[in-house]
Write a protein that binds this ligand. Structure first.
Ligand code: PHE
Length: 415
């Protein structure tokens, strides 16, 4: 009996917390329409309008949620390396106003529902003043309303779907959006002489769907043709039927705006069924598991990305990062996700330095003011939509390596 009562209580608390997240979201998006679910006399902390979280103890808590395990675990693991490096550096330099930063990390196991649950915990139990995450747009979009409702700024290092930061004024990102990235991919494909391209989209991914659509729109506006548009779902393992459709539509290249997890298998099967044309992708291909998954099937193929460590001379602040990185993670080279994780954490740390008071509301305002911050992934100025405007790279796959091939500035694609 006692046990049952406890689990009922736990269930009620969890359910209340989830409802709280949604209730707050409604209020944030339509200030006059509040009151959702509030019953007189039963007001709880999560259903009243949040005042944000303040620093109360001797550490400043920042939350991180990411795919440390599950389908896209390399995304979470790489990002985490960059975040930890930035926080360790800030603490070694004395912290903020004499307080050390404490990172509270949560694994969402690459699942959108879990992202929501762990972010709810970060904002309501750990009372973090900022949240870093996620990489995958679908998971960022699930968790953003919780941060928005709790008045805790969320900074995504690398989610590119345009909708992510439209979830509210507490939601930021330090990367460009797919309004730009997908347009770059289309311009690049066209510049390479491809006039007829098939688009193979993951319909379970918000990133993939928007990328495919935005690419198609730009490619057609340039005078290109879309040969066919089959779809798959993350988790699928057999892509042969769709690849036969693609082959039958006779394209010059195939855009696969997916994650490395499926792209390797798709590439192998494409070659098996005789699709031997170039495959093009976006930042979702970025993983040290991409080539191992594909074998030689992606040799000579291209994908757009945020950042690349150049051999040779780099700017002094990048060299400092590279030295610190190789000291902290011997034998590893930072990729785009390491760099973006580092930049997301640094933007929050700079915000903490400038914030009028040490709480999540003042921190939001300080982050919103980010201007000309010298990031590792490029200079970061957050615009009114809380996005960063940066260059995009096109990388070419050569053996196990990614090689920089071309760069596009927003101006070069009419933005
Ligand atoms: N941009 C991807 C998304 O929004 C995530 C991603 C970024 C993956 C960078 C790898 C590298 O879902």
């Amino acid at each position: 009996m006692k046990l049952r009562r406890q689990s009922f209580l736990l269930g009620a608390v969890l359910f209340g917390a989830l409802l709280g997240g949604y209730g707050c979201k409604d209020k944030a998006e339509s200030p006059s329409g509040g009151g959702s679910g509030d019953k007189p006399g039963t007001k709880t902390e999560t259903t009243t309008e949040s005042k944000g979280n303040s620093v109360t103890g001797d550490t400043i808590k920042i939350g991180e949620y990411g795919s440390m395990t599950g389908d896209n675990s390399t995304f979470g693991i790489s990002t985490d390396r960059g975040i930890k490096l930035a926080i360790e550096e800030a603490n070694a330099a004395g912290g903020i106003q004499g307080k050390k930063i404490e990172l509270v990390s949560e694994d969402d196991a690459s699942k959108a529902e879990q992202a929501k649950t762990v972010v709810q915990k970060l904002v309501s139990s750990d009372k973090v003043v900022a949240v870093i995450g996620e990489v995958a747009s679908s998971r960022s979009m699930m968790a953003a309303p919780i941060c928005q409702g709790a008045k805790v700024p969320m900074v995504s290092p690398s989610s590119t779907n345009p909708e992510v930061t439209r979830k509210g004024d507490y939601i930021f990102r330090v990367c460009f959006t797919d309004d730009f990235q997908a347009v770059v991919a289309a311009q690049f494909a066209f510049d390479q002489g491809f006039k007829n391209v098939a688009i193979f989209t993951d319909v379970k991914s918000d990133y993939s769907k928007a990328f495919g659509e935005l690419f198609g729109k730009k490619f057609k506006s340039l005078g290109g043709k879309i040969a066919s548009e089959p779809t798959y779902q993350s988790g699928d393992v057999d892509f042969k039927a769709q690849l036969a459709t693609i082959k039958g539509s006779n394209p010059d290249a195939v855009l696969i705006p997916g994650y490395y997890t499926e792209v390797g298998t798709i590439a192998r099967q494409a070659r098996e069924v005789g699709v031997s044309i170039p495959l093009i992708g976006g930042d979702g291909w970025e993983s040290d598991q991409l080539v191992p998954g594909a074998g030689t099937a992606l040799e000579g193929c291209f994908f757009t990305n945020h950042y690349f460590v150049h051999d040779g001379t780099v700017e002094p602040h990048v060299q400092k990062f590279l030295d610190a990185f190789s000291k902290a993670y011997p034998g590893k080279k930072p990729g785009a996700l390491d760099a973006l994780g580092y930049d997301a954490a640094r933007v929050i740390i700079e915000g903490l330095r400038k914030a009028k008071t040490l709480d999540s509301v003042a921190l939001r305002d300080a982050i919103a003011d980010t201007k000309d911050y010298q990031g590792i992934s490029g200079k970061i100025t957050l615009d009114k939509e809380r996005n960063a405007r940066k260059e995009a790279l096109v990388l070419k796959i050569a053996g196990k390596e990614f090689k920089p091939f071309k760069t596009y500035k927003p101006e070069q694609v009419g933005l």
